[in-house]
Design a protein around this ligand. Structure first.
Ligand code: PRP
Ligand code: URA
Length: 213
């Protein structure tokens, strides 16, 4: 079942759901986790950007002329929240190969669950392009809120956020902090546990992606 609340959407997409199940399984090894996460990134980027404004242009195919759909704006920038967002980015770049890429390094303190920033590298034309921010996990929402704050500070006026698994707590926090941002989640899970992990979730996405468990 797909779910849509104000600015929050989980797509009804059997292939996406099956791939998410694959990376949830604890026996999935790191190489498979990374590959499937990239595949999920391609699907999520396509879904998150399915309503980009378009028009038509006259083109010639090898067979005839036609009025064919084209985008009216430049593709949005992709912004990966490090580390785990790099896994999604790989697939998102398959569908948006010309999009510039920003990197935001954020890491959660294990006790306070507050993110701290260790790198900011953002494209210069965010104001003209808008941004799709990528992170597999939306847990407390602290990292996404901070990342989107940075992206807006750098000039982005239209910001979308895509994740693989979201906790209700993170969705509520992100909606409250950035009500204008469209949130796309592959799955909406039950809750956070006492360590700030999503339940049932998939564990630590960064560690599983980079084999640092
Ligand atoms: C994980 C995840 C998100 C963040 C989500 O990153 O990839 O960025 O936690 O949690 P939040 O919604 O409570 O902020 P982590 O800080 O573990 O860094 P890593 O990707 O380098 O492992
Ligand atoms: N970060 C993760 O990687 N997993 C969670 O469940 C929560 C935060």
């Amino acid at each position: 079942m797909s779910q849509t609340r104000a600015n929050f959407h989980t797509p009804r997409h059997a292939l996406l759901r099956a791939k998410i199940t694959r990376i949830r399984r604890q026996e999935t090894d790191s190489a498979t986790f990374r590959r499937v996460l990239a595949e999920i990134g391609a699907i999520l980027a396509s879904e998150a950007l399915r309503d980009l404004p378009e028009t038509t242009a006259a083109i010639e195919t090898p067979v005839s002329r036609m009025e064919a759909p084209v985008l009216t704006q430049m593709e949005p920038c992709l912004v990966a929240i490090l580390r785990a967002g790099l896994g999604l980015l790989e697939g998102a770049r398959m569908v948006l190969p010309d999009a510039p890429v920003g990197h935001l390094g954020l890491v959660r303190d294990e006790q306070t669950l507050t993110p701290s920033e260790y790198v900011v590298r953002l494209p210069k034309d965010l104001a003209r392009r808008g941004a799709l921010v990528l992170d597999p996990m939306l847990a407390t929402g602290g990292s996404a809120i901070q990342a989107i704050h940075r992206v807006k500070q750098a000039g982005a006026k239209v910001v979308r956020f895509a994740c693989v698994v979201a906790a209700p707590e993170g969705v509520a926090a992100l909606q409250a902090a950035h009500p204008d941002v469209a949130i796309l989640a592959g799955a909406l899970d039950e809750r956070l546990n006492e360590h700030g992990y999503i339940v049932p979730g998939l564990g630590d996405a960064g560690d599983r992606c980079f084999g640092t468990e």
